[in-house]
Design a protein around this ligand. Structure first.
Ligand SMILES: [Mg+2]
Length: 153
């Protein structure tokens, strides 16, 4: 099965690192799934990007916690989709609300909910303004990958 193949490849890659982040934080729209959920209906059956599920399962198997930081203006649709995709329980924190502070507030909430320090988190987001703001506020350094932005601490 495709998810299993992606998962085992991801497990191999993760296995090459001696130190892993304690928490990996994902954006939703255009990071885990290829759409803005405010443009969709709760009645639809959503789908993730093809590799997303395998990667989430690999991180879970490696004992890395995961969380969501989304500025979606429709948290009800986002939550319904996470439920329909059977991945809601994989996230130890789900901060989904629109905010003018980019994602600074989301990360403060994730930090107080999980007690994971900012320097043990890894953040994936398709929008560089979110990455830049969060990185600046928390003195993170970051590298810019082509499709996603990745914060490395
Ligand atoms: Mg996004």
């Amino acid at each position: 099965m495709a998810d299993e193949k992606v998962k085992s490849e991801a497990m191999q890659i993760i296995g090459m690192f001696q130190v892993l982040p304690r928490l990996v934080v994902f954006d939703l729209d255009y990071t885990l799934w290829p759409f803005y959920c405010e443009c969709r209906s709760k009645r639809e059956m959503p789908s993730l990007y093809p590799h997303a599920k395998g990667i989430l399962y690999a991180l879970k198997d490696k004992g890395v916690d995961m969380a969501i930081a989304s500025r979606s203006p429709t948290p009800d649709i986002a939550t319904t989709f996470l439920d329909k995709l059977n991945i809601k329980s994989m996230f130890v924190a789900q901060e989904i609300f629109s905010s003018w502070t980019h994602k600074t507030e989301h990360f403060q909430k994730i930090n107080s909910r999980t007690s994971v320090p900012f320097n043990s988190m890894l953040f994936f987001d398709d929008e560089d303004r979110n990455i830049n703001t969060v990185a600046e506020r928390n003195s993170w350094s970051f590298i810019h990958a082509d499709t996603n932005m990745m914060v490395v601490v």
